[in-house]
Design a protein around this ligand. Structure first.
Ligand SMILES: [Ca+2]
Ligand SMILES: [Ca+2]
Length: 100
């Protein structure tokens, strides 16, 4: 049985390859694949941001080696950043609950 964290890592890798294999390079997400991944897997995050250029911006931010594709190590940066943001959100909520 994998641990909870190992399961989470497996899931992360599986999600990435579910989308990266659809078009072009199997091991990288192009802009269309990134958009699909964001739409399907991070829909609540996307819809909370009313920016039509969001996918472009995310792509530019993530693509640190500027090959116009997002590889797994670039993708993990996004997941880590979002996870940190979620954690801060929950901490703030908890503190608001305590102060009431
Ligand atoms: Ca691809
Ligand atoms: Ca890249």
């Amino acid at each position: 049985m994998p641990s909870q964290l190992e399961g989470a890592m497996d899931a992360l890798i599986a999600v990435f390859y579910n989308y990266s294999g659809n078009d072009g390079d199997k091991y990288k997400l192009n802009k269309g694949e990134l958009k699909q991944l964001l739409n399907s897997e991070l829909n609540s995050f996307l819809t909370s941001q009313k920016d039509p250029l969001l996918v472009e911006k995310i792509m530019n931010d993530l693509d640190s080696n500027k090959d116009n594709e997002v590889d797994f190590s670039e993708f993990v940066v996004l997941v880590a950043a979002l996870t940190v943001a979620c954690n801060e959100f929950f901490q703030q909520k908890e503190q608001q609950m305590k102060s009431k």
